[in-house]
Design a protein around this ligand. Structure first.
Ligand code: MLT
Length: 268
């Protein structure tokens, strides 16, 4: 990987309210919503969903559904962490199994996560990050070799500790890959410091968080476990043309790409 010559600046927004849609235009952005939108999106795409269409409101979800074919489209998301009336799926990663989502387009509407993603719709590169794909996201950001922003979804424009710890871990891992300390402000320092505090007890930290406790009360204790699994889904959802799909790993060659090379080495 080419090491960038100039110092990289990395900034963290604790909530979407801190930033304007147009500010994120042409920027590199990672959106973090550990509980649970990021984890659900990553799970759905890795289980073969064709695409996720994040929308900012239920109204938009209903509008878009009207123009898509019913048999290949699902509506997923939540309000107050519960499934929205008339939707096919809630926001539990466990619901997004291969059997349910393979080949489907999923219109996705959540209180904070999908809203934060649509806020970054003019970004140059926008990826979805959680603990489950954290090293892959760090590799992706490092490969850009440019300044980047981490947008934490928070909860109704309030600070969420699990998103900020995750942001701190992304910073730390990306710095490690590039072998440099980034230029960071107070938000970056705070995220790094929280990450260092909770590094060894991510699951416990999530369980103690406000939203973690709320989800537990609702019976979603298992979701918290799924959302805390570091690197258990090494895939990166990337946003382009209003949809999220999985970033193609260029290092994974297809069989036809690999074959000619094998032939020429046999000749020698
Ligand atoms: C959201 O996007 O607001 C969250 O993912 C809420 C939830 O836990 O369902």
């Amino acid at each position: 990987m080419d090491i960038p010559k100039t110092k990289i600046t990395a900034e963290i927004f604790f909530t979407p309210a801190q930033v304007d849609d147009l500010f994120l235009r042409e920027k590199n952005v990672a959106v973090v919503d550990v509980l649970r939108a990021s984890t659900t999106i990553i799970t759905a795409l890795s289980n073969g969903a064709r695409e996720i269409i994040p929308v900012p409101s239920i109204e938009s979800a209903v509008k878009i559904s009207g123009s898509l074919f019913g048999d290949v489209t699902l509506r997923g998301g939540e309000r107050h962490a519960k499934m929205i009336e008339g939707f096919n799926l809630g926001n539990s990663p466990a619901e997004y199994t291969e059997e349910t989502v393979k080949g489907k387009s999923i219109i996705f509407c959540t209180t904070n996560g999908s809203l934060a993603i649509t806020k970054g719709r003019y970004a140059k590169n926008l990826v979805v990050a959680g603990f489950v794909n954290i090293s892959k996201v760090a590799e992706f950001l490092a490969s850009l070799g440019e300044d980047f922003f981490i947008l934490c979804a928070g909860n109704q424009n309030n600070f969420c500790i699990e998103d900020v710890v995750c942001a701190g871990m992304i910073l730390s891992k990306t710095e490690q890959i590039l072998g440099q300390n980034f230029v960071i402000g107070d938000s970056g320092l705070a995220a790094m410091s929280l990450y260092k505090t909770y590094n060894r007890s991510i699951l416990k930290m999530i369980r103690q968080s406000d939203h973690g406790k709320y989800l537990t009360e609702l019976g979603f204790r298992e979701d918290i476990k799924l959302c805390s699994g570091i690197d258990c889904i090494p895939e990166v959802p990337i946003f382009a043309n209003n949809v999220l799909t999985l970033k193609r790993d260029d290092t994974k060659k297809t069989e036809t790409e690999v074959k000619p090379k094998q032939k020429s080495s046999q000749k020698k």
